[in-house]
Design a binder for this molecule. Structure first.
Ligand code: ZN
Length: 138
């Protein structure tokens, strides 16, 4: 019979996964072998407690050799045909992810930007010109 895990156990497991990845990121330049070990430990926790690796860290390790990936150091990222290619330079494996979500966000931002701009143009500001100019330049 499976034991029910109290919620605090799950919470701590999640925290540990996050901490391990943070450490992996921090230690990578000095001790890359430690980073790889941290990924291993985080994956072990995630498997044991049946937790997902958070979205933030999901793409920071290779799906083939499970080493920690730091873009620009042991990982090459390229865009091609609507997909992001993560090239692991440790084992040569290429992971591909579609970036529809990012595209959607960008499209939405674009629409919002234009509607906001339209509104701003309709209301002609008379005073506080300096702040208005600053916000428009951003
Ligand atoms: Zn790899």
């Amino acid at each position: 019979m499976p034991r029910r895990r109290p919620p605090w156990v799950i919470r701590i497991a999640r925290e540990r996964i996050d901490i391990l990845f943070q450490l992996a990121d921090k230690e990578f330049l000095k001790h890359p072998e430690r980073s790889h070990r941290y990924v291993e430990l985080a994956r072990r926790i995630s498997k044991k407690y049946n937790l997902r690796i958070p979205r933030k860290w999901k793409r920071r390790f290779c799906k083939s050799c499970y080493r920690f990936l730091k873009p620009g150091y042991n990982c090459r990222i390229r865009l091609s045909k609507g997909k992001i290619h993560y090239h692991c330079l440790e084992c040569g494996r290429i992971m591909r992810f579609p970036y529809i979500r990012e595209k959607k966000i960008r499209r939405r931002n674009k629409i919002e930007y234009h509607t906001l701009k339209k509104r701003a143009d309709e209301k002609i500001p008379i005073s506080n010109n300096s702040t208005d100019r600053e916000s428009r330049n951003q």
